[in-house]
Design a protein around this ligand. Sequence first.
Ligand SMILES: [Zn+2]
Length: 252
Amino acid sequence: MKTETYIDRIERRAYIQIVLLLLFYTDTESSAPRGLTMNEDHIVDEEIKVDICRTMATLYRRGLISATGGNVSARILGTNDFWITPHAIFKGELSASDLVKIGLGGNVVEGSKKPSIEVPMHRAIYGKRPDVNAIVHAHNPVTLGLALAGIEIQPVTVEAAFALGNVPVAPFALPGTEELAKAAVRHIVGVKAVVLQNHGVVGVGSDLMTAEATVEKLEEVSIAQWVACGLGKPLPIPRKYIETGKRLYEVS
Ligand SMILES: [Zn+2]
């Protein structure tokens, strides 16, 4: 298979950004992507699916999910539908045909595989957060370990203080239940990520790369904090920079 070069990727992203701009500058009540032809609609779907598969492969390579753990979804801009990863299929090498399109009512719109059991959580978050277009659920081992030990993420690195902001911990609920969806939604208001107690993490963003980056930063920060606390006491960011930094980077 041909390996995508950096230039290929930039060109692909530029094309999809042009298509997505059409979504914002057209106005119709239709539930289909606004202003797109059937062919462009198909291209948008394919781009989203490819990006979801790439994200899952990266999460698996980085040890943030196991072979069948974790799930990722992305909203189709201008519609109430989103694409999500399938249930119980190896997540390190998903292909676009493995993904499932879900309506905001929870029904399967397209795809032959069984969708992730966490559809209720993804649906609930999209319903609550119109600014969120992508959701990444992973099982970050160090982030989860800190939460299990009752240790909060501290603003000890630039990423933690100015990129992640507050990361609340939602109480335990069984995977795939409405109870978990409600717990996640209650804690995701106004933040970029939440820890699901005894389970994993959820990162959200205006696009898939942003949500993925949040989950990766969360683990990066957790590892730094874990090492620092294990070997000594983390040096804090000088207090005089904290409030300025938060205003500058608009974090909660
Ligand atoms: Zn999970």
